[in-house]
Design a protein around this ligand. Sequence first.
Ligand code: SF4
Length: 430
Amino acid sequence: MNGAVIELQAAAAEGCTTAPVHRERGQREVFCGLTGIVWLHRKIQDAFFLVVGSRTCAHLIQSAAGVMIFAEPRFATAIIDERDLAGLADAQDELDRVVTRLLQRRKDIRTLFLVGSCPSEVIKLDLSRAALRLSQRFAPQVRVLNYSGSGIETTFTQGEDACLASLVPGLPAQNGDAPPSLIVAGALADVVEDQFARLLAQIGIERVGFLPARRSDAMPAVGPNTRFLLAQPFLADTARALEGRGARRIGAPFPLGVEGTTRWLEAAAAAFGIDPATVASVTAAARARATAALQRQRGVLEGKSIFFFPDSQLEPPLARFLSRELGMRLTEVGTPYLHREHLAEELALLPSEAWLSEGQHVERQLDRCRAAQPDIVVCGLGLANPLEAQGLTTKWAIELVFTPIQGYEQAADLAELFARPLRRRALLAA
Ligand code: SF4
């Protein structure tokens, strides 16, 4: 490590429940877990993400973050250079110096994440030891945590899982005799979080916290009277960590589309002894609005076929939404990892003819995709250009993670993400 903090330019029981899943292992074409920093740094407003990595890592976040310019950046990369790779420098000492300088300069930071990468793993830099040491040094103003976003260990949404799981041990403890509370786990755009907070309050669930919270001192308490509801399907480690603190998961489909959102809210309500009729009356207006708004995209999407490459783990709930609410035909639904327990309600809703695949062997999958000739393909940036060049219409998987897509008010926006490329293709062909 050359000691420099490089400030990035961004300165800144039916359905598919028992269906066989095709498993593949081979070359993958997926972003690494560092990508999650792009949306997480916007969500936790007093956190800072220090990637301990290479210039490649800095470049990845920079390009994923696009052209966003922040006066006060909330992420940076501490570059590991050849001296470190050759074992010539004491990387722990260097890291201490970088962190000390950063925290002296940035008094607004309350949580500092040391984010591991492929290079830090290669030199076996123990970031958990560094986080513990630095946490003790800077307590109580700053908590220093660590997780890995390395491409060796994580695909792009697993970075968020690792980040949220690292927050769980530090959540305040809820007493055993505390009234029941709900944690909604998974980073949501603020606008979506506000809508859900309002709906859950109107339904009658009084104590609701979100993980992550927008500020480090507002993270929700957890204990045996906590139930949690996943807002994202890629949070296996976070769920395990919450269960380790005594919380219990509420099984539900994910809040994508009108049906997914309603069933998600109903599951939360049921866990708090509130009947579906209450949910129905609270959500009636929003449901009607969203259903009407979806009609426009239904005209474009109905009967069209879609093929998912495995990227985000959002694929099964997206496929369920597109097939059941918009009448799309599913050719292949690929997902990097299929968590059967967390996705049980989704699998039950997927049409039984959906072809599910888990993992990736990119060449074989490309062959299947070309043979299927779907109307639209959801894939990573690396595959989109070659597929477009072969005449296929594509949608970038990463956009589905950056865009607010959950909840009633966003259902039509979500459908539009698929309708727009098809409309554009139709215009070009006309
Ligand atoms: Fe590349 Fe690994 Fe850095 Fe991700 S963590 S940008 S895969 S070197």
